[in-house]
Design a binder for this molecule. Structure first.
Ligand code: BG6
Length: 473
């Protein structure tokens, strides 16, 4: 792999830290989402309610146990560790003038510990953990004021950690809200809680616009604070293929890609793609996009493309339907050529190589794979071992595809951080049973267990991958 390649692992604060009220932390949207299961959606409650189970309240107790975890990361050979800064540890309600020192201190200690073990932190600013107060009082990113709240948070942490963190990302999987009538992504990404009569699709585009402006302003502010900062976007990359070579299928897939990846166009080009203003007109959307916003977008393009890759999708068109008004998830169809995980996620390593080529050709920026991984039911044996050969096989195929994209296709890649390098609470289902880690955490869906850490078979396998710089798969 390229010189100084950043092998590592990735998590998000709300999914593993727990300690949801420690050090004056405020309530985030993750704190009002209950436990779900495979096929059973999480509920969002109106505040924290007695009798409900909120798995993010304990996560895997990383807040108290991180020194032990950092040692395990070092043993695997991590060069970097991607996590997020919980906005509510720094600004508990989100609209305070002054930050919470105890929250800042926690991340100082964590980053110092990582650096002392030769691991550089890679930080996402907003990873599904918007302060709940901003949702209730301001309507989340339906409100332009959110730009200022986000910017204050971003500038605070940029200044505080300017000598400890080089790689940043603004909004995690900003494009995960394209299924605009699904309330969970709208809440997790944008803090939107809409009424039945609201125009949900327009609300999604409007919120995303404010986020993109907030991101662009943060990029500019970050570069002023430290010109060496590398500030990226974070895109959920799931390429959408045409089902067949039928021209209508191909056109539908093209529109599907446009609808899912225009966020990246704005982040990387600093401008909207041509089709989108036309689409707003066709839909009659009255968007609040000012000349100052457009100037900010142009001046705040990102330094690199951070992205997650788990799966690919497929769509098809209809003969005679010239609108191609692709909509997720209704217009997805099964891919007959790939296998699926127990959660129905399509396993497609070639799709990773395809995506990397597609993004390189479109955005011309370095890339950073900041999530990739396999959620599975792991079985702990009586002797404590976990034989997760299915996970090793997933990683082997994806790392191979990644190496082909770099070494055969010339994609410019900064690093690779597998998701959930230590078991944590699933974002979509709120369960612990969907495990991703190289490190097993002894906790169940109800937060019962010792929370002790142990190594799965994949731990030693990934260690050898890093030690051989991706040679020994
Ligand atoms: C991404 C998110 O969507 O995928 C993570 O950035 C999430 O927060 C990961 O955990 C895996 O999804 P899930 O739903 O299996 O946890």
């Amino acid at each position: 792999m390229p010189k100084d390649f950043l092998w590592g692992g990735a998590v998000a604060a709300h999914q593993l830290e727990g300690a949801w009220q420690a050090g004056g932390k405020g309530v985030s949207i993750a704190d009002v989402m209950t436990a779900g299961r495979n096929g059973v959606p999480r509920k969002v409650t109106d505040g924290v309610k007695d009798g409900e189970i909120y798995p993010n309240h304990w996560g895997d107790d990383f807040y108290h146990r991180y020194p032990e975890d950092v040692k395990l990361f070092e043993e695997m050979g991590f060069k970097c560790f991607r996590t997020s800064i919980a906005w509510t540890r720094i600004f508990p309600n989100g609209d305070e003038d002054e930050p919470n020192e105890a929250g800042l201190k926690f991340y100082d200690d964590l980053f110092d510990d990582l650096l002392a073990h030769g691991i550089q932190p890679v930080i996402t600013l907003s990873h599904f953990e918007i302060p709940y107060h901003l949702v209730k009082e301001y309507g989340g990113f339906s409100n332009r004021k959110m730009i200022d709240f986000f910017l204050r948070f971003a500038k605070t942490v940029f200044k505080r950690y300017k000598d400890k963190v080089k790689y940043w990302m603004t909004f995690n999987e900003i494009n995960n809200q394209t299924a605009w009538d699904d309330p969970h992504p709208l809440l997790q990404n944008s803090g939107l809680q809409l009424d039945k009569d609201d125009n949900w699709e327009q609300a999604m585009y409007q919120a995303a616009h404010y986020e993109l402006v907030a991101s662009a302003l943060a990029v500019q502010a970050g570069h002023e604070i430290n010109p060496d900062f590398q500030i990226g976007c974070m895109i959920a990359m799931c390429p959408i293929y045409p089902l067949t070579a039928k021209p209508e299928d191909v056109m539908m897939a093209e529109r599907a890609m446009q609808k899912r990846y225009w966020f990246g166009d704005v982040h990387c080009w600093g401008e909207y793609p041509k089709w989108l203003p036309k689409y707003f007109d066709q839909k009659g959307f009255d968007m609040d996009i000012t000349a100052a916003d457009l100037a900010a977008l142009k001046a705040g393009t990102v330094d690199y493309v951070g992205f997650s890759y788990y799966m690919s999708f497929v769509t098809k068109g209809q003969t005679g339907d010239t609108k191609y008004d692709f909509k997720e998830p209704e217009d997805f169809v099964e891919n007959p050529y790939v296998e699926k995980s127990d959660w129905g996620w399509q396993i497609d390593p070639v799709g990773l190589r395809y995506s990397m080529n597609w993004m390189q050709d479109r955005w011309h920026l370095p890339q950073f794979i900041v999530e990739n991984g396999f959620g599975a039911y792991d079985e702990k044996q009586a002797d404590g071992s976990v034989h997760d050969d299915y996970r090793i096989s997933y990683f082997r195929d994806h790392i191979k595809a990644m190496e082909e994209a770099v070494n055969l296709d010339g994609v410019d890649l900064i690093g690779y951080t597998p998701w959930g390098c230590i078991d944590l609470v699933s974002a979509s289902t709120g369960e612990m049973a969907k495990r991703y880690g190289f490190i097993y955490v002894d906790a169940d869906d109800n937060g019962e267990g010792s929370f002790d850490r142990s190594k799965k078979d994949s731990f030693d396998w990934y260690k050898q991958v890093i030690a051989s710089d991706g040679e020994d798969l």
